[in-house]
Design a protein around this ligand. Sequence first.
Ligand SMILES: Cc1ncc(COP(=O)(O)O)c(C=O)c1O
Length: 346
Amino acid sequence: MNVNKFIRKNIGSLSAYQAKDIPCKVKLDANESPFGFAITQKIVRSIQTNRYPDPEAKALKTVIAKDLKIRPENILQGNGSDELIYYLITTFGGPVLYPVPSFSMYGIIAHALNEKKIPVPLDDSFDLDLKRILLEIRKNKPKLIFLSSPNNPTGNCFSADRILKIIEASANKSVVVVDEAYQPFAGDRGFIPMLRDYEHLLLMRTLSKIGLAGMRVGFLIAREEIIQEVNKVRLPFNLNSFSQGMALEVMKNKAFLRRSIRTIISERMRLFRELSGMRGIMPYPSEANFILFRVPEPDSVYENLLKKGVLVRNMKGVVDGCLRVTVGTPGENRVFLKALRVAVKQ
Ligand SMILES: Cc1ncc(COP(=O)(O)O)c(C=O)c1O
């Protein structure tokens, strides 16, 4: 059967998200936390496999709301923030504006939903090109703007005053989504305090980077009227019982979260220092749980690391000449640094 005859044109020209399963000993390619959370008997006992999950994830929203000092009505749960990006583009439509390089799912989902994309290159310091974005807002009138800060894969936060100028310029024109997937590792508090001042500002958070990537739990934070609209396109039971139960326990275990985030930040600083000291290697400052670094002959360094069992991300075609390493446990980082020292000499 010629499947191309039946599928939509925009799907035919779409490339699937690359999440390759490459065997390795030290996995530092996907910006996951190296610290997992134990599945306790209490969590197992709280799950009834024959019943649908709570469609509203009430208990979890209550805990998250308390933690972020907002109201449960301002939260929408997603099966990871990936799903929320889908819901947002479904709800608001395009054109969809986003910087490049940034998280690839903004473009992939806009394409899948056949919406116009407006990718705007970052400037030389990996910050937002304010002039160009303001021009695009005037000229091409995006309905949705996605800004990931800290940004993946560059690791930096965009300047807050540029984000604010974009939010101000898009009032009554676009919805601005600040994707704070990596905010727990950043120096500031993020954009939650700004929600009061801007009704078209939305935030996304995820538990994926702080130990629960396997559970797929993300959140949209916005005005209640917006949450109610996006909720119309949400599948009724999008967050399964196990994920809700695990997320609830993790959010209650503040000590575990604080400790693991603190370790990741101090290990990131150590990795940055070590990488800066290696001849030919140039790491970019990061406020996330990964570091982008420039290296001569990235393809062969990537392969040599893999031969030693260390998997990082080759950013070829995204930020040419660079690799991206996720911060691991102190032991994993030692193995990575040792393998890298050997790899760059070969
Ligand atoms: C900026 C950004 N947003 C969102 C996500 C997706 O997160 P989730 O696992 O919650 O779907 C990622 C994952 O890498 C990311 O880098």
